[in-house]
Unconditional design. Structure first.
Length: 316
């Protein structure tokens, strides 16, 4: 089961207050509901490919209306050919629309989010839960990028939904998608906040666990890359030091070097693989690492002068 499916399954099992059930049902109707005008009088249909969500919609609608509902199962003929579950309501549709403030049952479902939803924080969260269950998705935290979205049929409704996100400081964005629009989040922190806000606490823990592991792995990779770069730099410096010293020995001879530089050159040739700190320790006179670097730079200057005077090209 995908992370999105697990998240939605968790949300369908939540217990809510009556006011929140009303708000969640409104979220369902505005995001996966439609008025089927091919039937006279028109009927309300809520459609989903998820059986658990269909059960949730049925329970909420049944609890709210008490009327008989139909459940149809249709087979999609395109792409994945999944089952589509349709909860159909024939009776009292106008009364439900009036109570939930979702438009005219004989025309269309309104784009505006009802006032009663916005009046309570718990109801706003419940509405977002219904909207997410009806037309939302979230990427697996193991995937390449974080992404959570809710599909809206119209731009007007997308802006309405965006205002709810903004009210919770979630900083979502809107973009066009096929025949509609999506309100989406890309930041891991904001997706975690959303999951907790709508009640998907197990999904939140799973998301955070994976996210922490990914961030630790990325941090380790950065450290390894940094260490590798430093090691490469050290190796290149050591190779250059040895090239310089061999050139000086061949072209000039160590006997013509000052005593302190001659000792460093001889010890570096004797111990080509040790670090600068270790080289400091094998020198007969006590010298600091910065002092050793100073002497190596002096040797580099001498080698560079020899190359310039004798037309010797330095190997790259």
């Amino acid at each position: 089961m995908s992370f999105a499916a697990q998240t939605k399954k968790e949300l369908t099992q939540l217990q809510s207050k009556p006011c929140c059930e009303r708000a969640e049902l409104t979220g369902f109707i505005q995001h996966c509901g439609r008025m089927n005008t091919d039937i006279d009088p028109p009927v309300l249909e809520l459609a989903t490919e998820n059986a658990a969500i269909a059960r949730r919609m049925y329970q909420l609608l049944k609890a709210k209306t008490g009327v008989e509902l139909e459940v149809l199962v249709q087979r999609k003929m395109r792409l994945k050919k999944n089952n589509v579950y349709i909860v159909r309501m024939r009776q009292d549709v106008s009364a439900v629309f009036d109570e939930l403030q979702v438009g005219d049952a004989h025309e269309h479902i309104a784009a505006e989010i009802p006032t009663f939803v916005r009046s309570n924080t718990c109801c706003k969260k419940a509405y977002l839960r219904g909207a997410f269950l009806a037309s939302g998705s979230v990427n697996d935290p193991d995937s390449h990028s974080y992404h959570l979205e809710i599909y809206c049929k119209t731009q007007e409704h997308a802006q309405e939904l965006l205002s709810l996100f903004t009210g919770f400081h979630l900083h979502a964005k809107v973009t066009r998608r096929k025949k509609g629009y999506i309100v989406y989040l890309k930041e891991g922190d904001k997706i975690v906040e959303f999951l907790g806000m709508v009640g998907a606490h197990q999904a939140l823990l799973r998301f955070e666990e994976v996210r922490i592991v990914k961030e630790m792995r990325n941090q380790v990779n950065r450290l390894v890359n940094c260490e590798t770069a430093n090691l490469n730099k050290t190796i290149l410096a050591a190779v250059r030091q040895l090239d310089n010293i061999r050139l000086i020995e061949r072209e000039l001879g160590f006997a013509r070097l000052p005593q302190k530089l001659r000792v460093v050159a001889e010890k570096r040739l004797q111990y080509p693989d040790i670090t600068l700190q270790e080289l400091c320790e094998v020198l007969p006179d006590k010298v600091s690492k910065s002092g050793l670097n100073h002497r190596l730079r002096k040797l580099d200057d001498i080698a560079q002068k020899i190359r310039a005077d004798r037309g010797i090209f330095e190997e790259s």
